[in-house]
Design a protein. Structure first.
Length: 501
């Protein structure tokens, strides 16, 4: 019946409510555990950070106190050192005055030596100038003489070359004439040789003939002595003539050969003269080049001498400037520069001590910052894990709420369908059943979990003074997320505070 169905539905709703309440309690317990754990973790992190910050602050204060003590100790030591430095400065000033006096004496001696060297240098410059001027005059005279000699040599060489050319022409003509005469002499010698040969042959023939005649005459007439003597005389005369002709021809040939050799010797001598004249011309050109080189060397030496004079003047001015600086430094040495230097050293020592203390304080601060960063990083990691856990549990609770909502809708649809199936269309409806139906409809349209829907088609729910436990827990869920977000924000602000400190 409808009452049994209603009872079943109510029991199902009650069981669903109990199940939802159990889930809500579980979620609340988990959320409370998470919140308590997060609060404990945050409190522990805060306490640890505060302890670390306090320890760091205490260490920093101790370091500052130690630095102050060290600075005071260094200051006292600096004052002692300053007193000693003043005493040593006075001693150093006395020693410096003595050194300055010695330096002045030494500078005076150096100045005197420099003046002597300057006088020597000036005299050397004067002598060098005189030597250079004399050398220039002598060089000019020698150059003029050399140029005149070179010009005379060139003119002589030209004249000699012209004479040589004329002599060569004459020699060529003489050679041609000698060659012609030699050829003619050779021809004459050849003719004389031929003639002497002919004469010799004739003489031999005549001698043979004379021998035959003599022999015949001796044989024929023994009493013809006069004729024999005449024949012998003729034969001897013929022989003497032949020998004379031959000797004359040989003498003429020898004279021709000697004249040819003489002409060849003259030609060789002329060739040697031309070679010697060419070598003399080359020597003259070499002498001219050497004179030009010497002239350039003299000019270069003169320029070097001028440059040396300029360099000497610059050195003299530099020495004078350094002497002025030395005098100025000597006058400034009587001041309290040494005292200032010693005080500066003491001040630098104090600054070094302060720098060491400052570096130690910075090191301690850096270590404290590193520890604070580590604590902050751990707190951030804890907050991130807490946030992830809260988000995960929130998602689970939302999924469970969606599942319960779907189950409620399903039960509502099943109850409505069962009610429609249980009541026939033609059944009479009395007032009690109508009231029950109205109550059932009211109960069916009510939302036992969240107090009703805002849909327009559903009837308005009567106001209830008390919310269901599911509604209360559902209302708490956003607050749980807000609390978790507040915890995360507080952790972030604490991290920023730690970073700022």
């Amino acid at each position: 019946t409808a009452e049994s169905i209603r009872a079943d539905a109510q029991s199902a709703i009650a069981s669903a409510q109990e199940r939802a309440a159990g889930e809500i309690r579980t979620a609340e317990e988990l959320a409370s555990e998470i919140l308590s754990g997060a609060e404990e973790s945050a409190a522990a992190a805060r306490e640890g950070a505060e302890q670390v910050a306090e320890s760091i602050q205490a260490d920093a204060q101790l370091a500052l106190q130690a630095a102050d003590e060290h600075s005071l100790r260094l200051r006292s030591e600096a004052e002692v050192l300053l007193g000693e430095a003043r005493i040593s400065v006075e001693e150093m000033n006395a020693a410096a005055r003595e050194d300055v006096a010695r330096m002045r004496e030494k500078a005076a001696s150096v100045r005197q030596e420099y003046e002597e060297q300057l006088e020597i240098l000036q005299s050397a410059e004067e002598r060098a100038a005189e030597v250079v001027s004399g050398a220039e005059v002598i060089a000019a005279e020698k150059i003029a003489e050399a140029e005149a000699g070179v010009e005379g040599l060139v003119a002589d060489a030209k004249t000699r070359s012209e004479l040589v050319d004329e002599r060569e022409t004459e020699v060529a003509e003489i050679l041609e004439e000698a060659e012609t005469e030699a050829r003619s002499a050779a021809e004459m010698v050849e003719a004389a040789k031929e003639e002497s040969e002919i004469i010799r042959i004739e003489a031999i023939g005549l001698r043979d003939e004379a021998d035959r005649v003599l022999s015949a005459a001796r044989e024929q007439a023994a009493g013809l002595s006069d004729a024999e003597r005449q024949a012998f005389e003729i034969v001897e005369q013929a022989q003497r003539e032949a020998v004379g002709i031959r000797a004359g021809a040989e003498g003429e040939a020898t004279a021709a050969r000697s004249e040819i050799e003489l002409l060849q010797a003259q030609a060789t001598e002329l060739e040697q003269g031309r070679t010697s004249q060419e070598s003399e011309l080359q020597e003259i050109e070499h002498a001219q080049a050497e004179l030009a080189g010497r002239r350039d060397e003299l000019n270069r030496r003169s320029a070097d001498h001028d440059a040396a004079e300029d360099d000497l003047r610059l050195r003299i001015s530099e020495i004078e400037r350094r002497e002025a600086e030395l005098a100025e430094r000597t006058s400034d040495a009587d001041t309290a520069d040494e005292v200032v230097a010693q005080a500066t050293d003491a001040h630098e020592a104090a600054e070094e001590a302060l720098r060491v203390a400052r570096e130690r304080a910075e090191q301690i601060t850096a270590e404290a910052s590193a520890e604070a960063e580590q604590v902050t990083r751990q707190a951030e990691e804890s907050a991130e894990s807490l946030r992830a856990h809260v988000e995960r549990r929130r998602a689970e609770v939302e999924e469970e709420a969606v599942r319960l909502e779907a189950e409620r809708n399903r039960l509502f649809e099943e109850q409505a369908a069962a009610h429609v199936a249980a009541v026939p269309d033609d059944a009479p409806i009395d007032s009690s059943s109508a009231d029950v139906s109205d109550d059932w409809a009211t109960d069916m349209t009510e939302d036992p979990f969240n107090g009703g829907h805002d849909d327009v088609d559903e009837p308005a729910m009567p106001e209830r003074h008390e919310q269901s436990r599911y509604e209360r827990h559902s209302a708490k869920l956003p607050r749980i997320g807000d609390d978790a977000a507040n915890v995360v924000r507080s952790l972030e602000s604490f991290r920023k505070t730690l970073r700022g400190s």
